[in-house]
Every structure is written in structure tokens, then in C-alpha cells.
Design a protein around this ligand. Structure first.
Ligand SMILES: *[C@@H]1O[C@H](CO)[C@@H](O)[C@H](O)[C@H]1NC(C)=O
Ligand SMILES: *[C@@H]1O[C@H](CO)[C@@H](O)[C@H](O)[C@H]1NC(C)=O
Ligand SMILES: *[C@@H]1O[C@H](CO)[C@@H](O)[C@H](O)[C@H]1NC(C)=O
Ligand SMILES: *[C@@H]1O[C@H](CO)[C@@H](O)[C@H](O)[C@H]1NC(C)=O
Ligand SMILES: *[C@@H]1O[C@H](CO)[C@@H](O)[C@H](O)[C@H]1NC(C)=O
Ligand SMILES: *[C@@H]1O[C@H](CO)[C@@H](O)[C@H](O)[C@H]1NC(C)=O
Length: 180
């Protein structure tokens, strides 16, 4: 069930070297894909956590749009700018705990939790993965709620959770995929 993938690090380095792209990309949008989540944008909520919602729900719940500046090689933090306020922050996950942990952003001087990782995010094709010393991992989960807003979580231990759906994050939009 888990949408994890494990690739040798060298294969991806060779792939990106072959394409010969610059590693920093700005004005990127990131979309979540999973069962019942067909390419929904990632937003920031008022607590500076990362959430997923459809367009209507996002507007109803006052979620803020973000644009991303990413380093496809995982060396630099992935920065976001909040469209409505121009606040900036860095994306983080918490890969050091065995439990589900919310992903979020250090916008408005929000501190990242203990054990958070702000570097190591890479693009494999158009898929966002987290590079450890030996593998690339995608262990993002979406946790449902009564409002229709899903919380974006990182789940280190691969255990399923009620209301949790494995999701893959991509830089490509659902209807018309962007050309890398
Ligand atoms: C923000 O965090 C507080 C405290 O944990 C919580 O009660 C509230 O529901 C959260 N707000 C959102 C929009 O998630
Ligand atoms: C950040 O602060 C700005 C300005 O006060 C506010 O408009 C915005 O909602 C805040 N965003 C988050 C995610 O806390
Ligand atoms: C979201 O909804 C607004 C208001 O209905 C609409 O103008 C906009 O085009 C929609 N955006 C997307 C990405 O669907
Ligand atoms: C986010 O941006 C998209 C594209 O510009 C827009 O269609 C949508 O209405 C915005 N959503 C919110 C919650 O502001
Ligand atoms: C994100 O911001 C930090 C601090 O300003 C900067 O060092 C880093 O290069 C930025 N990352 C990207 C992908 O632009
Ligand atoms: C979340 O999903 C679980 C499992 O499908 C379901 O039991 C629960 O009622 C859902 N919770 C909400 C708040 O929708």
C-alpha cells in the first residue's frame, strides 16, 4: 500500500546530469496525488502546517496559496512564499520519529519541530522524494478531517493509520502535466 520507492542514489544523479537542468527552480506548484486526491494543491494553513484541499475547500477554509523555490538536488532548503502575505518560509518534514508527523513551513518565524529536516528533498522526474544516505523515500500521507482539509504528514514507520491515505507529491499539474 505504501507509496514508497527506493532508487539507488547514483541512478538519479546520472539522470539529472543527463537532462542537464539547473537545480534551482522557482515559481513551482506542488500537487498531491493519492486515492481520492487527484492532484490537489498543497497549501499552508494558519498554523503554518502543510495541508491539501480542493480549490473550493481551500477558499472556504481560508487556506493560503504558496509558490515554491526548490533545489532538485536536495542540497538547499525548499522555500515557499505565501501568495497573500508575501511571507516566506522553508518546508520541513519530521523523519526522526516513528509516528505520523505533520509537515509544515517556517513561515512567520514558526520554528520547525525538533528533529525536522529542511534539506534532502529532491525531484525524481516530477516526484518529490526525500534522500537519505542510501535511498530516496516518499512516505507522505494525507490525514483527513471533518472540514475536507487534509493534513500532509510524513510517516516514517510505514504503518497505516485510520483516515490516512498515502500520497505522492509532484510538480506536475493534474490535467495538463508540465513538461520538465
Ligand atoms: C491550529 O492549532 C491549534 C492548536 O493545536 C488547533 O486547535 C487548531 O485547530 C489549528 N488550526 C488549524 C487551522 O488547523
Ligand atoms: C503570516 O503573517 C501574515 C501577516 O501577519 C498573515 O497575513 C498570514 O496569515 C500569516 N500566515 C501564516 C501561515 O501564519
Ligand atoms: C479556483 O476557484 C476560483 C473561484 O471559483 C476560480 O477563479 C479559479 O480558477 C479556481 N482555480 C483552480 C486552480 O481551479
Ligand atoms: C490559489 O491559486 C489558484 C491559482 O491562481 C487560484 O485558482 C485559487 O483560487 C487560489 N486559492 C486560494 C485558496 O486562494
Ligand atoms: C532558500 O532560502 C535559503 C535561505 O535564504 C537559501 O540559502 C536557499 O538557497 C534557498 N533555497 C532555494 C531552493 O532557493
Ligand atoms: C477519516 O477516514 C476514516 C477512515 O476512512 C473514517 O473512519 C473517518 O470517519 C474519517 N474522518 C473524518 C473526520 O472524515
Amino acid at each position: 500500500m505504501l507509496a514508497s520507492k527506493f532508487f539507488p542514489l547514483f541512478a538519479s544523479l546520472v539522470a539529472s546530469a543527463t537532462i542537464g537542468e539547473r537545480s534551482i527552480k522557482s515559481n513551482v506548484n506542488i500537487y498531491a496525488y493519492g486515492v481520492g486526491i487527484n492532484g490537489l494543491l498543497v497549501y499552508v494553513n494558519s498554523n503554518a502546517t502543510a495541508v491539501i484541499a480542493d480549490n473550493t475547500t481551500a477558499l472556504d477554509q481560508g487556506l493560503n496559496n504558496i509558490t515554491w523555490s526548490i533545489d532538485t538536488t536536495g542540497t538547499k532548503p525548499w522555500n515557499v512564499t505565501v501568495t497573500e502575505s508575501s511571507s516566506t518560509g522553508q518546508f520541513y518534514i519530521v523523519p526522526t520519529s516513528s509516528a505520523y508527523q505533520k509537515a509544515g513551513f517556517t513561515v512567520n518565524s514558526t520554528a520547525a519541530p525538533t528533529g525536522a529536516a529542511k534539506t534532502g528533498f529532491v525531484l525524481y522526474g516530477s516526484t518529490v522524494e526525500y534522500a537519505t544516505e542510501t535511498t530516496y523515500e516518499s512516505q507522505f500521507y494525507a490525514q483527513n478531517s471533518t472540514t475536507g482539509v487534509w493534513s500532509l504528514m510524513w510517516n516514517t514507520d510505514s504503518e497505516a493509520q485510520d483516515g490516512g491515505v498515502p500520497v505522492v507529491l509532484k510538480t506536475s499539474a493534474p490535467v495538463e502535466p508540465t513538461v520538465d
